[in-house]
Each structure stands twice: as C-alpha cells, then as structure tokens.
Design a binder for this molecule. Structure first.
Ligand code: ZN
Length: 164
C-alpha cells in the first residue's frame, strides 16, 4: 500500500537498527510546529484546558506527535479535571519511558516516547483504582487516530521499539 506523505521527512529513513528515531534538535525543529517543538523537545507544558484532547471522548489511539508511536488508548482516558488529557495506563509499557524529573524543585516522573524520546508529560500516583496512576499528558505531544478511521502516515510507519 502506497503511503502519501506531505511531510518533507520520512521518519523511517531516520530509524536506527533498534527502531528508534534519533534526530538532532535542529532536525526536529525543521519538521515540528514551534509549539509542538517547545513541548516535546524542550520539555514544555501547555496551559491547562488549552489542549485539543482535554475533553475528547472519541474512540481511538493517541500517538506521538513526533514519530507516530502508539501511546495511549482512548479506553484508558479519564476525566481528571486537571486541564490536561489524562490516562491511567499507556497502550504498552514498552512504548513509553519514565524518567525522574527534579525540575521546578519538585520530584516528578517524566514520561517520554520510547521511540523518539519526545517529552509527553508526567505520571502521578493519584489516578483511579486499581493502578492509581495518572498519566498527565500535553495535547500538543499527541496526535489522534480515530477507531475505524484512516491510519496516520506516521503511525503506519511506526514499528515497535526493540526490547532490550
Ligand atoms: Zn515519539
């Protein structure tokens, strides 16, 4: 099946042997919008209630805005009233990476895309039972593929991250 691309960059060309996408900041800047770049590559945070996926109830899969990796299912989305799209679990633990974040004088756990290291948001332990996790994400770090809809080009090209 032929994939139609409007992007100047085919991300598969940039994949390394373990299926990761590792671009320089300059390369990311060339393909991402300024606000997506600020959030995902410079660990920014969008204003609460500003994101397009905060209220979304549509069925489908949330993917990485940078590389198309599947990140969260709409089935795991819940209303946290925080102003950011919130999920109680990633679609697969292999698709995200967690990292201790001591920024802002707070002890938090940063959540990154396992395929391209995009900053997605943070995970807190005040989510719903039983796992009590709240993945607090930036809408700008996500794209959305509706169920039964057309698969996005980036997602179609995404391959699972190789297990270490
Ligand atoms: Zn990614």
């Amino acid at each position: 099946m032929e994939k139609i691309s409007s992007s100047p960059l085919r991300l598969t060309d940039k994949e390394n042997a373990s299926g990761r996408v590792e671009l320089s900041k300059k390369e990311w800047k060339a393909i991402l919008s300024d606000e997506v770049f600020r959030i995902t590559r410079e660990k920014g945070t969008e204003k609460p209630f500003s994101g397009k996926y905060v209220e979304s109830r549509q069925r489908g899969v949330y993917t990485c805005a940078c590389c198309g990796n599947d990140l969260f299912s709409s089935a795991a989305k819940f209303e946290s009233r925080t102003g950011w799209p919130s999920f109680y679990a990633p679609i697969s633990e292999q698709n995200v990476r967690e990292k201790l974040d001591l920024g802002l004088g707070l002890l938090r756990t940063e959540v990154l895309c396992a395929r391209c290291d995009a900053h997605l948001g943070h995970v807190f332990n005040d989510g719903p039972e039983p796992a009590s996790l709240r993945y607090c994400m930036n809408s700008l770090a996500l794209d959305f593929c509706p169920a039964n809809g057309e698969t996005s080009r980036k997602r179609a090209e995404a391959k699972p991250v190789e297990m270490k």
